[in-house]
Design a protein around this ligand. Structure first.
Ligand SMILES: Cc1cc2c(cc1C)N(C[C@H](O)[C@H](O)[C@H](O)COP(=O)(O)O)c1[nH]c(=O)[nH]c(=O)c1N2
Length: 210
C-alpha cells in the first residue's frame, strides 16, 4: 500500500498552483524520451469503460508543423474579427500559441470507433469518450510540470484541417494540439490573468448546494 504524507500533499498542491498553459518556450530541446514518458503517464488516466480512447500523434514533420501554424494564424485572425473595440485591441496583444518556438508538437484525438471497453458507460453519454481524452491531457499537463516541462493547449484551429494535415483515421476526433517544451518563465498566475483578459475565480462561484 502506498501512503502519501503531508509533505507530498503540499507539493502536489504546489504542482496544481504552478502548472501553467505555456505559450512562450525556450529553444532548448526536450530530453530524449520525454514525450513518450508523458504519453505513458497519460495512459494511466481514467477512461470510460477502460476504453483508453486517447490517440497521440507526435508531429515532427516540418511541413505538417508549418501547416498547423498557418492554420492557427488564419483561425486567430478570424477570432480577432469576432471582437470589437477595446476587447479586440486587447485580444490582438495576446500570445495564444507557442507553435513557432515549441520543440515538441503533440496532437491528441479521441477514437470514437474503438470497441475497447465494449461500450460500457457510453450508451447514454457517448461524449464520455472525449471526456476521457481530456482527463488524460490534464494528467499529462501536470506530469510535465513536475519535470519542469510546459504544455500549451492550442484550440484556435480548424479541426477538419488538422485532421487532413495529420492524415489520421476518419473515426478519430480532434481534441487538442499541444505545444511542449521548457517555459521561458515560471509563474503562479495564468497568462490571461497577467494580461488582464480574465481572472481566476474561487470555487464558491461555481458550487451549488442542493
Ligand atoms: C480546452 C482548452 C483549450 C485551450 C486552453 C485550455 C483548455 C483547457 N488554453 C489555455 C487556457 O487559456 C488556460 O488554461 C487558462 O487561461 C488558465 O491558465 P493556466 O492553464 O492556469 O495557466 C489555450 N490557451 C491559448 O493560449 N490558446 C488556446 O488556443 C487555448 N485553448
Amino acid at each position: 500500500m502506498v501512503e502519501f504524507d503531508d509533505t507530498f500533499r503540499q507539493h502536489l498542491r504546489e504542482l496544481f498552483v504552478w502548472r501553467r498553459d505555456v505559450r512562450r518556450f525556450r529553444s532548448d530541446p526536450l530530453p530524449e524520451g520525454a514525450i513518450d514518458r508523458l504519453i505513458e503517464t497519460a495512459c494511466l488516466s481514467p477512461s470510460v469503460g477502460l476504453s483508453q480512447p486517447w490517440r497521440f500523434v507526435v508531429v515532427n514533420d516540418a511541413t505538417r508543423r508549418r501547416a498547423v501554424a498557418d492554420d492557427f494564424k488564419a483561425c486567430n485572425t478570424d477570432a480577432l474579427n469576432c471582437y470589437s473595440g477595446e476587447r479586440a485591441a486587447r485580444y490582438a496583444t495576446l500570445k495564444l500559441s507557442g507553435l513557432e518556438q515549441a520543440p515538441g508538437h503533440l496532437a491528441v484525438f479521441a477514437d470514437k470507433a474503438s470497441d475497447i471497453g465494449h461500450g460500457l458507460g457510453r450508451a447514454t453519454m457517448p461524449e464520455t469518450t472525449e471526456y476521457s481524452v481530456v482527463a488524460a491531457i490534464t494528467a499529462m499537463w501536470l506530469a510535465a510540470r513536475a519535470e519542469s516541462i510546459g504544455i500549451g493547449w492550442v484550440s484556435i484551429l480548424n479541426p477538419d484541417r488538422i485532421h487532413a494535415i495529420l492524415d489520421v483515421p476518419e473515426t478519430w476526433k480532434f481534441i487538442a494540439y499541444l505545444c511542449v517544451g521548457y517555459p521561458e518563465a515560471e509563474c503562479d498566475q495564468p497568462e490571461l490573468e497577467q494580461a488582464k483578459w480574465e481572472h481566476r475565480r474561487g470555487a464558491e462561484e461555481f458550487t451549488l448546494l442542493r
